[in-house]
Design a protein around this ligand. Structure first.
Ligand code: CA
Length: 438
């Protein structure tokens, strides 16, 4: 009899624990995307930067996995954001260039990550830069973001100005703070408001995009940088690092570290050539700039962290792309990607966790006006100007200096054929060449 009672008690305890464990496991993780704008490949500590300390971004990188071949699907702002929020190459729906106002913007027949996360019960917010259309039907609150604080265009001043074009929801606000500080403040408020339920926070900084503007608070941290542009860049980056530190501290304060999947990357490479929004960034050892499909335009600092799930302090070397973020988030949230979504990205979790040892992608592809590129394993095919299609082996030549097209015509032909097949599912750009990089 006694044994039977004991057994019943033990059974109750085991079942209860099981239910509790299951309940905890069942809580879908928050998704936080920390997006830098025009950040150079070499300009954060975890990428080897020496003159600009980025302790908070580095701590985030250390807490998760760093991608050594992390890419974005375009060489400037708006196209890569369209790719990010749809999980599809933006060329699929003609979003090849930056919109120039009017009715230009991400087509409303494309479903956004915010809509998909909201359908899974998530609270959603964009804090910061949109740049996917300013027509009334294309604004963040129409595209799945329940909360929105920021601006609609491609670039914005950091100091308070006369024009009221910063919005909270659909209302213009009179912002008084340095913009990066304001983006931090609003993000913390969103986390405070939504800590009890799963949320998707898309924190899209305009730092470190031009105009080059920083407050003394941040400038004074860099007495040793003499070059004025680099010094201001350092200050703007330091402000962003502080903002990310505040978000991380808030997640810890709310006990959400184990329950938050975080991505950090830049929307494109550093703008280092004339005709771009030059900001003092450095892409070393990569060659090329924003607006180019050379590595310097599309290979970016890239981190994924989720305490207890994503391995900490590791690097992952197979090529991945920002299109992977949406399907990864859907999988983490317990949702299911449908075939008719026609995603180009893949769920990265099995790859970074080691369950799947193969590469997430056989090839990655780019098309940007007359430029084209593809990466297959260590090989990179790229046409970036009128000198023809080049072939590089990135394993030996990350700086794309030795064109091997003549030595390996078979490799080049193979990649070209794959690219042509991929391009069949793309459409022509639905607006023009976007003369101005914003
Ligand atoms: Ca950008």
């Amino acid at each position: 009899m006694f044994n039977r009672i004991l057994l019943t008690f033990l059974t109750i305890i085991i079942v209860t624990n099981g239910v509790l464990a299951q309940d905890k496991k069942k809580r879908p993780p928050n998704i936080v995307i920390l997006l830098a704008d025009d950040l150079g490949y070499a300009d954060v500590g975890f990428q080897g930067c020496k003159d600009i300390p980025t302790p908070n971004i580095d701590a985030l990188a250390k807490s998760g996995t760093r991608f050594t071949s992390g890419y974005v699907s375009g060489p400037y702002c708006s196209p890569t954001r369209a790719g990010l929020l749809t999980g599809r190459y933006q060329n699929r729906f003609g979003h090849e260039f930056n919109p120039a106002g009017g009715k230009q913007g991400m087509p409303t027949n494309q479903v956004t990550m915010a809509q998909r996360m909201a359908a899974l019960g998530y609270a959603t917010a964009l804090i910061g830069k949109w740049h996917l259309g300013s027509d009334a039907k294309m604004t963040p609150t129409e595209r799945g973001f329940q909360d929105y604080f920021g601006f609609l265009g491609g670039a914005h001043a950091y100091f308070p100005g006369k024009g009221k074009d910063i919005y909270r929801g659909t209302k213009a606000v009179d912002e008084k703070e340095y913009l990066t500080d304001a983006i931090a403040r609003e993000s913390l408020a969103f986390i405070d408001k939504n800590a009890a339920k799963p949320f998707f926070l898309y924190m899209a900084f305009n730092a470190v995009h031009t105009p080059m503007q920083a407050t003394d608070k941040y400038l004074n941290r860099f007495p040793n940088i003499k070059d004025k542009e680099r010094k201001t860049y350092a200050a703007m980056l330091s402000a962003m690092d502080d903002a990310i530190g505040q978000v991380m501290a808030k997640l810890r304060e709310k006990g959400l570290e184990d329950d938050t999947l975080i991505f950090f990357f830049s929307d494109n490479g550093g703008p280092t050539m004339i005709g771009t929004t030059i900001n003092g960034s450095i892409n070393f050892p990569l060659r090329g700039s924003k607006r180019q499909l050379l590595e310097g335009g599309v290979r970016v600092p890239f981190v994924m962290a989720w305490k207890g799930r994503v391995p900490a302090g590791k690097t992952y070397d197979h090529p991945i792309i920002q299109l992977d973020i949406l399907p990864t988030a859907i999988a983490a949230a317990g949702g299911e990607v449908k075939a008719d979504w026609k995603l180009d990205g893949v769920n990265l979790l099995p790859f970074v966790e080691g369950a799947n040892k193969s590469a997430p992608h056989d090839l990655l592809y780019w098309r940007f006006g007359d430029q084209l590129a593809a990466r297959k394993g260590d090989w990179k095919m790229v046409r970036y100007d009128k000198t023809g299609t080049h072939l590089y082996n990135l394993k030996d030549d990350i700086g794309e200096s030795k064109n091997l097209a003549a030595q390996h015509p078979d490799v080049l032909r193979d990649i070209q054929e794959s690219w042509t097949r991929w391009d069949r599912d793309n459409i022509a750009p639905i607006w023009g060449g976007g003369k101005k990089a914003k």
